[in-house]
Design a protein around this ligand. Structure first.
Ligand SMILES: Cc1cc2nc3c(=O)[nH]c(=O)nc-3n(C[C@H](O)[C@H](O)[C@H](O)COP(=O)(O)OP(=O)(O)OC[C@H]3O[C@@H](n4cnc5c(N)ncnc54)[C@H](O)[C@@H]3O)c2cc1C
Length: 113
């Protein structure tokens, strides 16, 4: 449409959400690591929250990145489609999303895992 795609407000809003949510995921992850560094025993619920949320935001952000790139985001000529797959695996390995949520819920209910 004769102008850079990033000039459209709809795209700018996506970028703002992607950056904000990535920063929130990063901070949750840092908080979890910080508690371990401080010498406390690992906070199971916080670690699961960080793993689940960061994975979810990675997938959401990579999905939006594919969308912003349009057809170029889908084909493997560019790295964007690989970023999506690389994000998706984080919801599967090292404890799936479903298992992380089970851990969070059990900790919330005081049942441990
Ligand atoms: C690229 C890659 C690298 C890997 N690297 C390693 C590695 O280095 N070391 C290692 O040990 N493993 C590794 N894995 C294995 C990975 O950890 C497992 O794939 C993962 O734990 C999921 O197990 P699964 O594939 O058997 O799925 P399943 O356990 O069969 O689960 C399938 C689906 O059912 C859901 N599910 C299962 N049980 C429940 C339940 N009780 N309640 C609700 N939902 C449930 C899961 O969340 C998932 O969505 C790797 C996998 C991949 C794809």
């Amino acid at each position: 449409f004769g102008r850079p795609i990033g000039d459209f407000q709809a795209i700018q809003h996506k970028l703002a959400d992607m950056y904000t949510e990535t920063e929130a995921a990063r901070n949750l992850t840092y908080k979890s690591a910080w508690e371990v560094d401080e010498g406390g025993s690992p906070n199971t619920m916080l670690a699961s929250m960080a793993k689940e949320y960061a994975s979810r935001i990675a997938v959401k952000t990579a999905n939006e990145a594919v969308q912003i790139h349009g057809g170029s985001g889908y084909v493997n000529d560019f790295d964007v489609e690989r970023f999506y797959r690389d994000a998706k695996i984080t919801q599967i390995y090292e404890g799936t999303t479903e298992i992380q949520k089970m851990i969070i819920a059990r900790e919330l209910q005081g049942k441990g895992f």
